[in-house]
Write a protein that binds this ligand. Structure first.
Ligand code: MEV
Length: 437
């Protein structure tokens, strides 16, 4: 920030920034030397107004949109339905890996099925003053059903009308070595139908806090959604019959390594989330909530891989179970591009989307384990990484095509590539054409 060096100027210039138009916000950045004219053009001209107007509604201080590549994974048949899966991701190999796994599974007569267990999202209300616990528990036991009705009728009546609403209220006493005192928590579960429901469950949790404060004169503590929302889980199962036993045993063994070592388990689960996050982004879902949910679920009994793989001598069976909070309506699903992605996916319900998340996660994991137990991860990554290496140079589009061939040849020869290879090969291409000396 060349011209804004004084802290008081920093606050003066950006005071009320949120009230300005997007173009004014951008010109302030240019006026103070934060960005130049080319950067302004990038922020204003290169991105469709359609996305930017969505952005203005979604976030404060929007100055444009940050584009991510959007692609479609093909070849995936989920619950016997051919499914095109829109994915927004910058990681080169993710879409290719999912399409490749889908194709392989289909060629090997594999079937992927999904199912849901339970329903809803969890909210929490904490109490820390131990002297109040017995009064709260007595009150809670006497009024539980009335509290559920009151929350449904007053706080989420439209959710109740749609067939959802609060359906369970329970208390737990927590005595953990990490907290000095005992804690009392009320867990609230609510069915949010097609919405993910994080905002709604926060409203319900806060409403419960004020009801208890009014009725009992007891002040509650934190009232908030829990992102470990395991009142609802989704399972994807993949059965591949008559599989080569060597290959199947290698997949099972690779999964067992992740069971044995947390350092591997985290990478294993990251690979699952590569696919799930990309679908979550494309469908306007809260991918941070899904990340938190999956890692939290993996850690419930000590951190483990989210998938299991078994071989019975005939079939290889993979399974992934986790809470996949999903929305088909509400929140960021209203973005225009998201609506297009919903069409590509033929999205009909949040439950269907949770199933797709689970199936994508399982197939993505299969793709990773298959690569790791056969040719290794570098070969496939490198082939796709060539495009990144070309992008990092100033090659023109016609040079890019020839550079790609040279890089592919060098990859066959060396088994690896770096940016230096790309720069060197571009230089020799230009030398051979007499462009440089
Ligand atoms: C890379 O983004 C993801 C993998 O590391 C996942 C895995 O190792 O299972 C390939």
């Amino acid at each position: 920030m060349a011209k804004i060096t004084k802290i008081e100027n920093f606050f003066k210039i950006f005071g009320g920034y949120y009230k300005l138009s997007r173009s004014k916000r951008i010109s302030i950045l240019q006026d103070y030397g934060v960005i130049n004219a080319d950067d302004c053009a990038m922020l204003t001209q290169d991105i469709s107004e359609v996305f930017c107007s969505d952005a203005d509604f979604l976030v404060e201080n929007s100055i444009g949109c940050f584009p991510l590549p959007l692609g479609i994974a093909t070849n995936c048949v989920i619950n016997e339905i051919p499914t095109l899966i829109p994915m927004a991701t910058e990681e080169t190999s993710v879409i290719a890996a999912l399409s490749g796994a889908g194709k392989w599974v289909n060629e090997h007569k594999g079937k992927i099925q999904t199912s849901q267990q339970g329903k809803g999202i969890r909210g929490q209300l904490y109490f820390r003053e131990k002297s109040n616990f017995s009064a709260i528990i007595t009150y809670f036991n006497l009024n539980k059903d009335a509290l559920i009705s009151d929350l449904n009728n007053r706080v989420v009546p439209s959710m109740k009308k749609r067939g959802g609403g609060v359906f369970s209220l329970e208390y737990r006493r927590i005595q953990d070595s990490s907290v000095a005192d005992e804690i009392l928590v009320l867990d609230i579960c609510m069915d949010c139908c097609e919405a993910m429901g994080a905002n709604l469950i926060c409203q319900v949790s806060e409403a419960l806090k004020s009801i208890i404060s009014k009725d009992l004169g007891v002040a509650g503590d934190i009232a908030i959604v829990s992102n470990l929302s395991d009142c609802q889980t989704t399972t994807a199962s993949l059965v591949i019959p008559s599989i080569d036993s060597d290959f199947a045993e290698k997949i099972v063994a690779a999964n067992n390594v992740a069971r044995a070592d947390i350092y591997r388990a985290v990478t294993h689960n990251k690979g699952i989330l590569n696919g799930v996050d990309a679908v979550a982004l494309a469908t306007g879902n809260d991918w941070r909530a899904i990340e938190a949910s999956l890692h939290g679920y993996a850690a419930k009994g000590g951190y483990t891989p989210l998938t299991s793989w078994e071989f019975d001598g005939e079939s290889l069976v993979g399974q992934l179970t986790a809470p996949f909070p999903a929305a088909s309506l509400g929140g960021a699903t209203t973005q225009k591009m998201v609506k297009v992605c919903h069409k590509i996916l033929n999205l009909r319900s949040a439950q269907q989307l949770s199933g797709i998340f689970a199936a994508v996660g399982l197939l993505q994991n299969f793709a990773a384990l298959k690569a790791l137990t056969t040719k290794g991860i570098v070969a496939g990554h490198m082939r796709l990484h060539i495009n990144n290496l070309i992008l990092a140079t100033d090659a023109t589009s016609s040079e890019s095509k020839r550079l790609k061939i040279l890089l592919e040849e060098r990859l066959c020869l060396l088994g690896k590539l770096t940016l230096t290879d790309s720069l060197e090969l571009l230089h020799s291409l230009r030398l051979s054409e007499g462009q440089v000396r």
